[in-house]
Design a protein around this ligand. Sequence first.
Ligand code: FE2
Ligand code: FE2
Length: 404
Amino acid sequence: MSKQQILFVDDEPLVLQGLQRTLRPQRGEWNMVFVESGAQALEHMAVQPFDVIVSDMLMPMMNGAQLLKEVVRRYPATVRMVLSGHADKELVSQCVGVAHQFISKPCDPEYLKALVKNACQLAGGLMDVEVKQVLGTIDRLPSAPEVYLDLRDALARPEVDTRRLGAIIQRDPGMTAKTLKLVNSAFFGMRKSVSDPQEAVAYLGIDIVRTLVLSNGIFEVSSPIPTRVFQVAEVWRHSLAVARVAKTIAQLEGLSPACQREAYAGGILHDIGVLVLASSFPDLYDQVAETVQVQTEPLMTAEEWVFGVSHAEVGAYLLGLWGLPASLLEIVRLHHQPLAILGEAFSPALAVHVADVICGGEAEDSVLFGAADFDPELLRRPWIRERLTDWRTASAAALQQGNL
Ligand SMILES: [Fe+2]
Ligand SMILES: [Fe+2]
């Protein structure tokens, strides 16, 4: 495999030297270029493609946000990371849209290596370049209008608390993903990974959420997505149903509260790749929906025909780019591969898979999710077969109550 190209930009020569020293052992795998300004960075990028760029934020002439904005425009597939010592609100607003991940200075060299390595893995994957370029530029995903209105409404009330905000945000896949992206970026100084949107909101606090939503518009209320064969609202409805059912099943199987919350988060995010593909390529996604409807092909197969990738891979790619915890990425990537997630014990990933099949089977009028059956191989396991009726009964009750 060819070496990956990584560009580091910092106006402080000492910082660059430090990085160069720390990362020397990586020379076998990475070709690293170190430059002192945005202008030099763009000159290098014009000559050769880079897989990953890691830039400082405060620099004279062209700051990191300006540089990365230019990089998005010219080289959308490059993974963009900010390495910055300045964590203020102003800066958040400048770079939430242009950087995939934030790393705060001073940074543990091993941690930096791990992050860049992850980014390289994503950049080196086999996904179609056009899809990758689109994914590289995605900064937010369309949110369900009713959830967005509820959030604005809640933020306008002086007595609102983070529990209420978290409960609203976790009803929407795009808002959940974006909130987890923010909290998991080292930018906010959080050193453990967070996969629970409620916890993420509690950590950010009301003031930051208010600024991000009302002033910076980090969530996007969806303008109608021009699909003909299906409505994007199907995806929002389905995601919420799967999240609720996954949590219910996780609870029924005696998983810990943290695992129940992970099942919920995995459920709300599991089909985020559908949202990504449908909102970025509405015409092509209509072809997918048509293939599912007319030829009764599984959704994943139809997507592979049209895009060369499935929504599971696309979703996991985007969430990886956004620095979400590996456990959530796995749930998203494998939610249609039950045999790959089948372990000794029941897991949040299995809860999401089961919930997906149950909710699909019950949504007969849905174009995309209406046909779902359990893999016969899965049903050969007695401990799964025996639990099915209980799962279905509990799921139906949870959906009826709108139980969170
Ligand atoms: Fe799916
Ligand atoms: Fe699904």
